[in-house]
Design a protein around this ligand. Sequence first.
Ligand code: NAD
Length: 487
Amino acid sequence: MTDRLFPPLPAACGAFWAGRWHQPDAVLEVTDPENGRVVGRAGDCTAADVDEAVRAVADAVLAGPPWPTWQRREALHRAAAMLGERAPAFADLLSREGCKPIRDARREVQRAIETVRLSAEQADRLEGRTLPFGDTPRGEGRLGWYTREPVGVVAAITPFNDPLNLVAHKVAPALMGGNGVVLKPAEQTPLVALALIELLLDAGVPADRVAVLPGRGATVGAALVAHPRVDLVSFTGGYATGNAIAATAGAKKTMMELGGNGTVVVLPDADVRRAARAVVDGAFGNAGQNCLSVQRVFVAREVADELVELVVQHTTEVVVGSKADERTDVGPLIDEVSAERVASWVDEAVEGGAAVLAGGKRDGTYYWPTVLTSVPADARVLTDEVFGPVVSVEPFDSVDAVVTEINSLEYGLQAGVFGRDLDAALGVAQRLRVGAVMINDTGDFRIDAMPFGGGKRSGVGREGVPFAVEAMTEPKIIAIHRASQPV
Ligand code: NAD
């Protein structure tokens, strides 16, 4: 049954490459995870489609005239403004094909506007400088400099959980860097990505420099990564997929934003009320389907009872419901298999001795915000990425032991530290092996301009608009050997 179809669905709603919309024979039926209703359809592209698309983009970038920097800047500024005008429609589509309640979907659209605007503003990063050839006797008589040049063709592969802003984080910096882009959005949420590409074309992005091919990871994604004319793979998704991509990509340049298991340290002098609110927000936003989601809270024993009581109280106040309802805080997981997996991980923890202080209930694709304590050390809710609305809170006596434990985890994306004594909080922050530490915030915070990413299983390299533009361009040197100088 088709529900109400999104009015401004992308022109062809199939796929776009080689300067025009295509209607592949096979389609991906996109359903609302809340009720299973069809939201729309996208092309289910093949490896042969990928080959055509990559060749077309590569030819345009390598053989065609360069796209002047001022035109990139103006097109991206126009795109940001148009996204602002179309924001309500984008938020509606984003919410219906994905998991975000409408208020969160609106926030994501605002973030995406910012990401595109920031990308437009990066023109002045595309700079070089002269090189000191004369600093060595061998270089004498030469004058040289470097410029920042596009890497060529960027393959962008994105996940379902922030289906607009994470696409913007790859496509807009790649275009600003002068590259061509072939995008493969998540199979669950291709529509808002198609809509963004349509908007970029309307804003003046040259049609031969951009392509979007919805489809399966194992076909479209794998074919893109393996394609010899792809110069850089920018991937956001799970660790296992990241490993598969690394194995196929070989020596190709890759950027990877992978998972996390969001740690928070609450020191004895922390503002416990503030910490409790932030933990609940950070743990359950987007039903925990967020790489920055708060998953493990270490709280000083002196304030543990107070924090746990407040976390449980706020958790029971979280509104679970339909995404379309303005009051809803938490919607569904992306599919029933994911909800069952989260439930089974909680069950496993409980069998090992964990106590459920709130939640612990599933209904179809919905899993209720859940607070656990006394979780056994080897439970997957502690060691793996839950990617669901589950947080574990444990008291600690030694901050050194907590730092050691966090540093021994396999993920290292972002963390939060709460404490009034900034010197003590900073001491903890400096010792944590993660990509970012937020003091008096959880790790579930970023701005789109900051270097974003982590180490260990959390990724390779850094995204964040200025850093992505840098990673998607390379220095190129030109040097002149003066004819009057000896060879
Ligand atoms: P996923 O890894 O299953 O899929 C991500 C994308 O990769 C999809 O487009 C998928 O089709 C594609 N893909 C799958 N197999 C592939 C293959 N063999 N070759 C090429 N592409 C392939 O991830 P998901 O379930 O969509 O998203 C959840 C994961 O994303 C979580 O682990 C989450 O932490 C991570 N994530 C990380 C960040 C970050 O910035 N660090 C942000 C959001 C999500």
